[in-house]
Design a protein around this ligand. Sequence first.
Ligand code: GLY
Ligand code: MN
Ligand code: MN
Length: 480
Amino acid sequence: MTAPDTPRPPYAGTRYPRLAQVPAFTEFVSRDWADVPTRPQLPAGAPAAASDHRDRLSAALPGRVIVAAAGHAPVRNDDAHYGFRADSGFVWLTACQVEGAVVVLWPTAGGHDAVLYLPPPFRPGDAGFFSDANHGELWVGPSAGLPEWSDALDMTVEPLAALDRRHGELRGAAAARSAAALAAEVGAEVSVELERALARLRMVKDAWEIGQLREAVDATVAGFGAVVAEVPRAIADGLGERWLQGTFDRHARTFGNGPGYSTIVGSGAHAPILHWVRCDGEVVPDAALLLDMGVEARSLYTADVTRTVPASGTFSQTQRAVHDLVEKAHRAGLDRIRPGVAYLDFHFAAMEVVAQGLHDWGLLPVSVDEALSPEGQQHRRYLACGIGHHLGLDVHDCSQAHYEDYMGAALEPGVVMTVEPGLYFHAHDLTLPPELRGIGVRLEDDVLVTDAGSEVLSAALPISAAEVEAWTRAQWADER
Ligand code: GLY
Ligand code: MN
Ligand code: MN
């Protein structure tokens, strides 16, 4: 082992000699910097939406001290971290994405006073300006300070140190999971009640949130075009699935915050593998290509869309038959989405179609009714995952909700959810006739429950096999 004070790369320059202890350096580095405007870049309407969200949470948990945190980037390796992505519940309450930030809702006679506690950026004159890789402006660039945040969010903003002085008042507070570390330090409880309240409130999107989801979906639809346009090149140049994954991720990072979840690109035998994010295979020229991709907007609301396209531009007869059955299940699910209908109805409607179709193909060892019964479920061998979920700041939004609030609820306007039936015929599944092995098809759309029924937000992408083929070939025509 190297002794702690021995210089070592890559930080030898900053650690030795310790620059903060070199007066000539600190005097020189502290002066003659021009002021740079540092207003936070926030999506229009985000602060007002967050303020409304805080009011709704305040009403749900009267009298409680409530704590949520942005969190910290996890370690990737040694002293390098993953890119930071703020906690969704925290963003819902604040519209702020600053690493290390904490929000506290302090109870008052009439509700709560919210205070956002931020780590102030280190500016010229602070030792951290040149020595703190997270908050030093020499490392991360000019950053909004507390007055700018307060002005942009129209809320009280104080330095984190001010919260340190109030740790005693946090004892027994209701903390979100995002604030678990702070809760352990101050004797607060990570509160299931708070997590459930947040999830329940986040389930119904307001007009601003729906606008953000529309943006995310629109950017995702454009991303599908960008990826499919690259399919011929990925095949011809042997660039494989990863080229397509990288194409979408670059698109998502350029037109949003990034991909909302790990981008899935599965060609041929990889398509039935539900979370094929390794993407180290080739793009097989005559195979079906499953693309599950979502842009997360800068506000952090994400889309979650899947299409399965023919890499050649034309499905084989067998691929098309599988696609047709998935399409039938998809339309049955979509048809069940409107206000007042039980959440799980879409699931059962799609599953009935799948079970019947598999039975007609001779793949079920039991009758359709037996398969659909809770004691059967044999059809799920080919569709083991769920076929939909709430969508919002998290791809699987509101998963901390009470079971009854999620599964037992009736749909109401403002709910945004996915419908995503599929059939996953694995290449090594010996129950299958050889022609079905290695085919995976999923159709996934993002759906808004409206007053009158529902709206498929991702309707710009086609659903039927013939339309998917035509759309696929049109992306190549655009390239020429
Ligand atoms: N992409 C994850 C999902 O479809 O749920
Ligand atoms: Mn999904
Ligand atoms: Mn998906």
